[in-house]
Ligand binder design. Structure first.
Ligand code: K7E
Ligand code: CUA
Ligand code: CA
Length: 633
């Protein structure tokens, strides 16, 4: 018995070293103090200068801090990261940074059968039929400025669309194509209660884009699109002359903010960066809705489009629809502070963040009077997140740092002052977004911060010329110790933004409720399982369970159009089946109590095994039936 011998004689490999073994300092510190100890190392390396690379101290601290979630235990938070041009959303646990799931949105994905069954195929087809999308901003629904666990919304920067993800089932349940928008960039619901969802149109084009004004860029424009959250119907657009970039909502249902970096209305980089200032654009949502109700719009591509341009008569008078606030050149992110008091725009080409006091927009004749602070944060500020203690955290793309600063101090300080800055911490390379736990709600948690770095040079085992991205987790809960790098995670290209949601705010189903599904449940009853023919259309309904399908074989004629609807009747969670048919491109997943349908043409005579592709039991390989396709003649 070699195994007993090994353990008895003590010549087994020694146990894997723990943090306590490696470093005598940590061996003396009770485990709950690891955070602080690691933080000190992190702060020291930040003070060592801005190299964009991490010191050995940081690597050490990352390994020693207690962010491990032991086997079998759950994380405290979900993080939802956009997949960028992968077109999906990835679900991580925080603080472990373990990837838990992927939710296909604009992409076609075979493990989940997304875009393979008739329903999801039709949804993608009706939303333009594109095979890909570019997700950037996953923003959860809120009730009373708190995440409510119902939906996630995300943009498609590639094709001008918005999608909704159902957080009960973690699947995309609606996509809307925004016809007057090319490239939806910013995405966020109207707060406090997610009545509307906004898609922010980034690229200026002729509206409608039907061949007019091809090379007449002054005539181009962009729109902010409003979608009703519940129906996911497109309600209206507001047209502006400039472009629009990122967006965030105020907390009281009135203002929605976006940045604009192309107020020059240029088409080349040189033109788009020629002016000294651009805009934060503030949309007065109730005033816009009044204009729509009063019929003050032009219908374009079936959508009411309200004129929100600077010269619009609707912007005269006491309640302008859109207010344009000057900020330094080519701003990028804009986000509203947790108390709803300020909108903060990050400067990108200017080393400052601009603080706009939202209430002042209601009264001031000149919207520029609402600018109450401008803090010099460093080079290349892109996005700003918040904790629960009045601090803002801004990514510096050029300096490869995160800067922590005090919001009220920025209001009190002189314009352009560096004084509100509390701390700068090196991150790996060129951070884009960063997100703190529940940052863009009324109650940020103030403990975890994810920084989404664009480059991962030197950080991981090499995997060829396409590198993973690099998402870094910081602990920000200890203001004395400062920001602390605690985890370093590679990510498949290419997350842009994320949202971190407390786990107890979600209540995902582990088994489908058949009442929530469009298609009727098929039980094993004989009369619910049938093969019907109507001309050359064959309709099959059958259940499936361990380890068989409702029919052992299905015979059709060459050239038939075959529709198979199938229900997984398992009650037990995590027992998935699928229906895969070789050489007919059929691949449908069915989770417990789920019903899906697939249509294909049986265009080749022969025998085709219909098999289950999900491992489901010891007899998984035997879970199969035959499709017999009889030759036409
Ligand atoms: Cu800055 Cu699309 Cu929010 Cu990328 S975006 S970084
Ligand atoms: Cu069912 Cu494998
Ligand atoms: Ca500009």
């Amino acid at each position: 018995m070699t195994d007993t011998h090994a353990s008895e004689s003590g010549d087994r490999p020694t146990e894997i070293a723990t943090a306590d073994d490696r470093d005598p300092l940590f061996a003396r510190i009770p485990r709950r103090d690891f955070m602080k100890a690691g933080a000190a190392a992190g702060t020291m390396s930040a003070l060592a200068g801005c190299t964009g690379l991490l010191s050995d101290d940081d690597r050490q601290s990352a390994a020693d801090v207690d962010t491990e979630v032991p086997p079998g235990e759950h994380d405290d938070y979900y993080a939802f990261l956009s997949g960028g041009h992968s077109g999906d959303i990835r679900v991580y646990g925080v603080p472990s940074m373990r990837q838990l799931m992927r939710i296909p949105v604009f992409n076609i994905e075979s493990a989940r059968g997304y875009g393979h069954d008739d329903e999801t195929r039709a949804m993608l087809e009706e939303a333009g039929g594109y095979t890909w999308g570019d997700t950037h901003h996953p923003r959860p629904s809120q009730t009373d400025n708190t995440y409510d666990g119902e939906w996630m919304f995300v943009n498609d920067k590639a094709n001008g669309r918005m999608a909704r993800i159902d957080l009960t089932y973690f699947e995309t349940d609606a996509i809307v194509d925004l016809p007057n928008q090319q490239g939806t960039h910013g995405a966020c619901a109207l707060m406090p209660d997610t009545r509307l969802v906004f898609g922010v149109g980034e690229l200026r084009v002729p509206i409608p884009n039907d061949g007019r004004d091809l090379d007449d860029p002054e005539e181009y424009g962009s729109v902010l699109s409003a979608i009703e959250a519940e129906s996911f119907d497109h309600q209206w657009d507001v047209r502006v002359d400039c472009n629009l970039d990122n967006g965030d909502s105020g907390k009281d249902g009135k203002w929605f903010f976006t940045t604009s970096y192309n107020t020059e209305e240029g088409v080349t980089e040189q033109e788009m960066t020629s002016a000294d200032t651009d805009y934060v654009v503030a949309f007065n949502v109730p005033a816009i809705e009044e204009a729509v109700d009063a019929g003050e719009y032009e219908e374009i591509n079936g959508v009411p489009v309200v004129d929100g341009t600077e010269d619009s008569p609707l912007n005269d008078g006491g309640e302008p629809l859109v207010r344009y606030i000057d900020v330094p050149t080519n701003p990028h992110g804009v986000s509203v502070t947790p108390d709803g008091q300020y909108a903060i725009a990050s400067g990108k080409l200017d080393p400052t963040c601009t603080v706009i006091e939202i209430d002042r927009l209601d009264e001031a004749d000149d919207p520029n009077d609402a600018v109450v602070g401008r803090v010099n944060v460093g080079n290349g500020p892109l996005h700003t997140a918040y904790d629960d203690r009045g601090h803002a955290y801004t990514t510096l793309f050029v300096d490869s740092q995160v800067v922590k600063w005090d919001i009220e101090a920025a209001v009190d300080a002189e314009m352009g002052s560096e004084d509100p800055v509390i701390e700068k911490h090196d991150v790996h390379y060129s951070p884009g977004h960063l997100i703190a736990a529940e940052s863009y709600t009324g109650n940020p948690q103030g403990d975890w911060l994810i920084v989404l770095n664009k480059l991962s040079k030197d950080r991981f085992l090499p995997v060829g010329p396409v590198f993973p991205e690099n998402d870094q987790l910081f602990y920000i809960g200890d203001d004395d110790a400062g920001m602390e790098l605690v985890k370093d995670t590679p990510a498949y290209p290419e997350p842009h933004d994320a949202s971190i949601v407390r786990a107890d705010r979600l209540d995902p189903a582990s088994v489908y409720d058949p009442d929530d599904l469009e298609l009727d449940f098929i039980s094993p009853d004989d009369d619910e399982n049938f093969i019907d023919r109507d001309g050359d259309q064959v309709h099959v309904e059958m259940y499936n369970q361990r380890n068989h399908f409702g029919f052992e074989d299905i015979t059709v004629q060459e050239g038939d159009e075959v529709t198979i609807r199938t229900t997984n009747i398992e009650q037990e969670e995590d027992i998935l089946h699928s229906l895969a048919i070789p050489q007919h491109d059929v691949n449908v997943k069915v989770a417990p109590q789920e019903t899906r349908e697939v249509t294909f043409t049986a265009d080749q005579p022969g025998v085709y095994w219909m098999y289950c592709a999900y491992f489901c039991s010891a007899l998984h390989l035997e879970m199969r039936s035959r499709l017999l396709v009889e030759p036409a003649d």
